[in-house]
Design a protein around this ligand. Structure first.
Ligand code: ZN
Length: 102
């Protein structure tokens, strides 16, 4: 956690680029409250980022629900591609990313 605090200590403004950059930490609640407030303030006035966060959340929870069941290979592949396109990574590529799912 200390590293995260330090990483964000210089953050005084959240741009659309920052939203993409910090999305993981935001969803994972690993972001200092101060930055989280700024992040959410940005979401409140930027529909594009709001949609990005919403879609990412939806997709991650969809993956979580599918996780216990054998997944049709085609669906898995499509989901993976969509995630890679939208988020830049796929939960299937890293067990650590599963922590994102709430
Ligand atoms: Zn934005």
């Amino acid at each position: 956690m200390g590293n995260k605090q330090e990483q964000y200590s210089d953050v005084h403004f959240i741009s659309c680029m920052n939203v993409e950059e910090y999305l993981d930490d935001y969803l994972d609640a690993e972001m200092p409250l101060r930055v989280r407030d700024m992040f959410e303030a940005h979401l409140a006035r930027c529909e594009e980022c709001r949609v990005l966060v919403m879609e990412t959340r939806t997709m991650l929870s969809a993956v979580a629900q599918l996780d216990d069941r054998p997944l049709d290979e085609g669906v898995r592949q499509r989901l993976r591609e969509t995630l890679l396109e939208t988020v830049g990574y796929s939960p299937y590529d890293s067990s650590a990313s599963i922590r994102l799912i709430k």
